[in-house]
Design a protein around this ligand. Structure first.
Ligand code: PEP
Length: 230
């Protein structure tokens, strides 16, 4: 599996031209680099961003039904039709707005149902959350899920947000691996940048989820290139 870099743009940038330019710069500069990148813009920018052979388009959430009377929601089926391949689910910023692990579990299933890849964020309650999320997932589908260890306090925009220590990451990965098949991909997220990326990659993650640093084309490109430097 190639190293995987997921860019969570959150509610940025402010206009579609900036979104287009950011995506274009990333795709151009990483074209010949042996990695997979997933850009996750706000929903409204998804239709204008085209995937390339190693830069894919994802979304930051999706609902658990494919269509119907659900005001304001966007379905996995719609995202699939727009060319998305991945969907971030259970981000702590959504959980703060009331999303529960049971809701995340339903979303994971709906995303798998249309053959999209769920990218599921897990905080400190590793066993509790993962058991709820995995409870009804078919065995064959479990290793299709990309789990991200992303403690809320590690997110750069949190007050006093600080990257997880490498020891903390190691312990979390151990706990997550006990609940997953060997081949399941694991990522880390939280205050990753071009300077600290090598430390996280050295702990055996397949890649990272990147927020703030993914909004600056040159910093994000440096981060990806530094991650695979030997
Ligand atoms: C995130 O919120 O998913 C994230 C990784 O943010 P940051 O990189 O800014 O900590």
């Amino acid at each position: 599996m190639k190293p995987l870099f997921i860019a969570n743009w959150k509610m940025n940038p402010r206009n579609s031209k900036d979104a287009f330019d950011l995506a274009k710069a990333v795709a151009r500069e990483l074209e010949d680099v042996e990695v997979d990148v997933v850009l996750c813009p706000p929903f409204v920018y998804v239709p204008q961003l085209l995937p390339s052979p190693n830069v894919f388009i994802g979304a930051q959430d999706a609902f658990w039904k494919q269509e119907g009377a659900y005001t304001g929601e966007v379905s996995p089926h719609m995202l699939k039709n727009l060319g998305c391949s991945h969907v971030i689910l259970g981000h702590s910023e959504r959980r703060k707005l009331g999303e529960t692990s049971k809701m995340v579990a339903k979303k994971v299933q709906a995303v798998l149902d249309v053959s999209l890849i769920p990218v599921v964020c897990i905080g400190e309650s590793i066993e509790q959350d993962m058991n709820i999320i995995l409870k009804d997932i078919k065995k064959a589908d479990v290793s299709k899920i990309v789990f991200v260890y992303e403690p809320e306090g590690a997110i750069s925009t949190e007050p006093n947000g600080q990257q997880a220590s490498l020891e903390q990451l190691e312990r979390a990965l151990d706990r997550m691996r006990r609940l997953l098949p060997k081949v399941a991909p694991l990522l880390y997220g939280g205050s990753v940048n071009s300077k600290n990326i090598q430390g996280f990659m050295g702990k055996g993650v397949q890649g990272v989820l990147v927020g703030a640093a993914s909004l600056h084309a040159q910093e994000f490109i440096r981060l990806v290139k530094n991650a695979i430097l030997r």
